[in-house]
Design a protein around this ligand. Structure first.
Ligand code: SDX
Length: 392
């Protein structure tokens, strides 16, 4: 310590705020949304209801739910001019870069959602963003595949509508596959909030300057893109494919990670808070097996992932550091089975995390949290006088 400043690189032991939204117990691997265990929520609830729970603090009555769903459907479209922005991106652009740009651009077309101060104004901006963001996520999928975009369908619920905006092909009958819709709904629930992770802390930090909700979320999308955070779900599949192409020798890659060869890490392993199983990973691992069976899909990546988990968790290096599979380790296997391209995996994480980001931003503003401004421990040059160029 120097003076009153305690150095805490990466905020490993810093409580940045007071929150009522999500509780994690890292030692026991427990996660609660507004007090409800994630295992019960994932089993019994649905994504739209979880959005309401995170935003309003209670499970909705039937009337509250219908009003909330109707409030989102009111905004189930995106300004045509936004499509011109999408069109200028090359098809090779990473969907997360497209998504963060389009999300920030939403501000220009919805100016009244910028300066929101009352709870009512925040709730309206939340419903607007929840609706429009699902379109932008579907747009990035269609862009990646070189397909024209689909418009929203208010006859469907939130997850069905997203699924249709992604997968409906021109001039073809469209049917909602309940296995796919159920899998999407469960994955979105499991990603919905996770207290003060990197991207949520980013949304809070940007929002603490009273920046608008859309621009604050756009910053969170960029933070989530990183391979150490939400980008890990894409990196896991790329790692599993590499191991498969290399003969499936998982022991070799466990050794590489232990020796830190070329800074190699087992992507999807380890967590800043969980020093036990990530409860989401446990649920997703079982869901992966069930969904692939229901869809009649064999994916070698699942076998390799399970072998990798077994070999790593028998190894002192991982056990002593309490490194377990996290939410990103198995999720990509399900996304791939649903026909979602690897580069879209982190967009799926963002769609799931959106209600969490919004709820945390709203709580930060309603609590009147001060603008975020951490200090540092300075270790640079001491005071010295300027030297003219002629004397250097
Ligand atoms: C998410 O915070 C959240 O809640 C995030 C999230 C959410 O829902 O928002 O849960 C989503 O981001 C999950 C994490 C996804 N990222 C990855 O899977 C990337 C791989 N994991 C690591 O990079 C790492 O585990 C982190 C980033 C997740 C956590 O890093 P920490 O807490 O800063 O831990 P560390 O880097 O200080 O590692 C401690 C030790 C080191 O070894 P030693 O210095 O003691 O020798 O553990 C080692 C690390 O080298 N280590 C790993 C490892 N993760 C940590 N070694 C091999 N493989 C790994 N994956």
């Amino acid at each position: 310590q120097t003076g009153l400043i305690t150095l805490d690189l990466g905020y490993k032991n810093t409580g940045a705020t007071l929150s009522d939204i999500t509780y994690l117990d890292g030692d026991n691997g427990e996660l609660y949304y507004r007090g409800y265990p994630i295992e019960q929520i994932a089993e019994k609830s649905n994504f739209s209801e979880v959005m309401y729970l995170l935003l309003h603090g209670e499970l909705p009555t039937q009337d509250q739910f219908l009003k909330f769903e109707g409030g989102i459907k009111k905004y189930n479209y995106v300004a045509d001019e936004m499509k011109k922005i999408l069109d200028v991106f090359p098809r090779s652009a990473h969907p997360m870069g497209v998504l963060s740009s389009l999300t920030s651009a939403l501000t220009a077309f919805n100016p009244k959602a910028v300066n929101v101060n009352s709870k009512e104004e925040m709730d309206e901006a939340a419903e607007m963003l929840l609706a429009k963001f699902s379109h932008l996520c579907a747009w990035t999928y269609r862009k990646k595949l070189g397909l024209s975009i689909n418009h929203g369908d208010n006859n469907l619920n939130y997850v069905e509508n997203f699924y249709k905006m992604c997968f409906r092909r021109p001039n073809m009958d469209f049917e909602l596959d309940p296995v796919v819709v159920g899998a999407l709904d469960k994955l979105l629930i499991l990603h919905a909030d996770h207290e003060q992770n990197c991207s949520t802390s980013t949304v809070r930090m940007v929002g603490s300057a009273h920046t608008g909700l859309f621009a604050s979320v756009s910053a969170g999308i960029s933070a989530l893109w990183g391979p150490l955070h939400g980008g890990a779900n894409q990196a896991v599949i790329e790692m599993l494919e590499m191991i498969e192409q290399d003969g499936g020798d998982v022991a070799k890659y466990v050794e590489k990670a232990k020796n830190k060869d070329d800074n190699f890490r087992l992507m999807g392993f380890g967590h800043r808070v969980y020093k036990n199983f990530d409860p989401r990973a446990t649920i997703i691992k079982k869901a992966a097996d069930d969904i692939l069976t229901a869809l009649g899909i064999e994916d070698k990546a699942l076998d390799i992932a399970m072998q990798l988990e077994r070999v790593a968790l028998e190894d002192e290096y991982f056990v002593s550091r309490k490194l377990y599979p996290n939410v990103d380790f198995y999720s990509g296997i399900i996304y791939r089975a649903l026909g979602i391209p690897t580069e879209m995996f982190t967009v799926m994480f963002a769609l799931g995390r959106l209600p969490g980001w919004i709820s945390q931003w709203k709580e930060m503003r309603l609590h009147n949290d001060p603008i975020g401004r951490p200090r540092q421990v300075y270790q640079g040059a001491q005071k010295r006088d300027y030297v003219d160029l002629s004397a250097r």
